[in-house]
Design a protein around this ligand. Structure first.
Ligand code: ARG
Length: 566
């Protein structure tokens, strides 16, 4: 990584000058007109060395210039008052890095120490229609999983269906009341019964009680309800699978809350042995407050007075199972940010159980998808959209906005729908709310999926017209736009590492957008196909081959595929 390379130079030079340099932080310049990278550590050093930052900077620069093995990396190194070190890279080093990227698998990125990571995302509830919120968990989760795998981690993904909650009791109640027999249940029934029952129990305590009773009996293994449950899970699960397939979202494990029940017993034993369960008003709870808490931390309710288990219980039992079966180093959960407290509570119980000694637990809480009015997203009919109608609306909007693309194949259109929805989402850091403006994100210009895909196809068509046998770039950089593109490309490794570290596909998505802006700017000015200077042409073609390969592979990490044409 170039920043590491520069940091190493500073470290070596520091040693020669007897300066103790730790944790050297080289950053990308925010004034690209002045330099490419900068180092501000002279201010820190000033305190210990009793010299001014400027003097320290001067000493470092002079020393670098004395050593050709370091100075060849830079076209210019200088210190700017009051003491910033500015680095401008040499063409030689830029091209050396680019050649490493060209010649190596995964662009020569150094892979981190391999970890086993357990991811829990998607999290749809059976018998309730999937909504936009679940879309986010699936899209962001899938992108994080793909990035982690790209860097060589061992990732296990579980969908963790919400399949044992009150909604099941409600739907079974509704089905029975409507005399719909087990064999006759359809997806349509489930879609209508849940909203109807949900409205009903708001005003009818007795019905609500009965639904809760059905849920509890089901959890205790009542046979008839279990048969209903299996059937509902199959029908609803198949539909969820169909949607995930459309979105290219996939899981290694297709488990749910119900699968955690066998682990409640051993977990309860463990909690009891460690004296962590307390009776409180008839319920069993785990106290998790700490003295250092700034806000109130209510206990986690493990079992209700009526003996029913709760969301926290199934999550803990699921963790019990996952730890014993897979021994992960890290757990990552993705849900709506409103579940933040839930996960904090669950993780605190894990800490009390000693699970956090061997594994770290992370919850990524994402924001809401809003409409142009700033309120939670709704389709034209004014309902919180069922996902199918959302996909259709996006497709129609794209077609309308791009009339000349009317003859695109249905398969390519589906790829575009995915690109539009995913790029709209993934360019925002997960915890932020964002506005899903379908018209804006369907556009071929601006920070959109179609823009990135269009850039790729345009460059691909240029590359296809030429044959190029060049395998290595020469030492030259031909103009400033060319240089900007090359500098952007060498940021890939740092960007991807940072995106993974922050669990933020947005960092990668924004890099991709900027890369495409550089590629387009380059192409506007330099029409490669018509060039007569053969060497320059071949070098540029090779550079574009690299850039487009990056676009393709990184898009794939975001779950975005390439259409044949558009
Ligand atoms: N089913 C939950 C919901 O719709 C999300 C599940 C998230 N995963 C978990 N292990 N709790 O809100």
């Amino acid at each position: 990584m170039i920043t590491t390379k520069i940091a190493n130079v500073i470290k070596e030079i520091g040693k020669k000058l007897n300066m103790e340099l730790e944790n050297i932080n080289v950053i990308e310049s925010n004034r690209k007109d002045l330099c490419d990278y900068q180092f501000d550590g002279t201010f820190q050093l000033a305190k210990t060395l009793h010299k001014s930052p400027l003097e320290i900077g001067q000493m470092l620069v002079e020393e670098i210039k004395k050593h050709p093995e370091y100075s060849h990396l830079f076209q210019n190194v200088e210190v700017i008052p009051p003491g910033f070190l500015n680095f401008t890279l040499s063409s030689e080093i830029i091209n050396e890095i680019l050649n490493e990227m060209i010649q190596n698998d995964k662009f020569g990125i150094t892979l981190p120490k391999k970890q086993k990571i357990f991811m829990d995302y998607g999290g749809p509830n059976i018998a309730k229609p999937l909504h936009v919120g679940h879309l986010r968990s699936a899209i962001v989760g899938e992108a994080i999983k793909r990035m982690l795998k790209y860097l060589g981690h061992d990732v296990i993904a579980d969908v963790h269906l919400g399949d044992y909650g009150l909604q099941i009791g409600e739907v079974i109640y509704g089905l029975k009341e409507k005399n719909i027999s087990l064999e006759d249940i359809t997806l349509q029934d489930l879609e209508t019964i849940y909203p109807w029952m949900n409205e009903r129990i708001k005003n009818d305590e007795i019905v609500k009680e009965q639904c809760a009773k059905i849920t509890k009996d089901l959890q205790e293994g009542q046979e008839e309800y279990h048969a209903y449950f299996e059937k509902i899970k199959k029908i609803s699960g198949d539909d969820i699978l169909r949607i995930y397939k459309y979105l290219d979202v996939s899981f290694d494990l297709w488990l749910g809350e119900s699968d955690a029940y066998p682990y409640i017993e051993p977990l309860t034993k463990e909690l009891e042995n460690k004296n962590l369960l307390t009776e409180s008003e008839g319920a069993k709870v785990v106290f998790i407050a700490k003295e250092s808490d700034k806000k109130e931390m209510p206990p986690l309710v493990y079992q209700k007075k009526n003996k029913a288990y709760l969301y926290g219980t199934t999550d803990l039992a699921t963790i019990y199972d996952r730890i014993h079966k897979y021994h992960p180093d890290t757990f990552i959960y993705l849900t709506d940010y409103r579940q933040k407290l839930h996960f904090e509570s669950v993780f605190r119980v894990c800490e009390k159980l000693g699970y956090t000694k061997d594994a770290s637990f992370e919850h990524i809480g994402f924001g809401t998808v809003n409409g142009k009015d700033g309120k939670p997203f709704k389709t034209r009919e004014g309902k919180s959209p069922k996902l199918d109608s959302l996909f259709e609306e996006v497709k129609e909007t794209f077609k309308k906005a791009n009339e000349k693309n009317q003859d695109m194949s249905e398969k390519d259109l589906d790829i575009l729908v995915n690109a539009i929805i995913k790029f709209a989402d993934l360019q925002n850091s997960p915890e932020k709310d964002y506005i899903f403006d379908i018209t804006k994100f369907s556009n071929l210009t601006g920070k959109t999926g179609p823009y990135i895909l269009y850039t790729y196809l345009r460059i691909e068509s240029i590359l296809k017209k030429e044959s190029n046998s060049l395998k290595e770039l020469n030492q030259e950089i031909y103009d400033s736009i060319d240089r900007e593109l090359r500098l952007k490309i060498i940021e890939l490794e740092k960007t991807l590492n940072y995106a993974v570290k922050m669990r933020s596909p947005a960092i990668l998505a924004n890099f991709l957008y900027e890369l495409c802006v550089n590629m387009n700017a380059f192409y506007e000015k330099n029409h490669i196909n018509n060039l007569r200077e053969i060497e320059k042409k071949e070098n540029w073609l090779l550079l574009f081959q690299l850039a487009n390969k990056i676009v393709k592979e990184m898009l794939l990490l975001l779950g975005i595929y390439l259409p044949e044409r558009m």
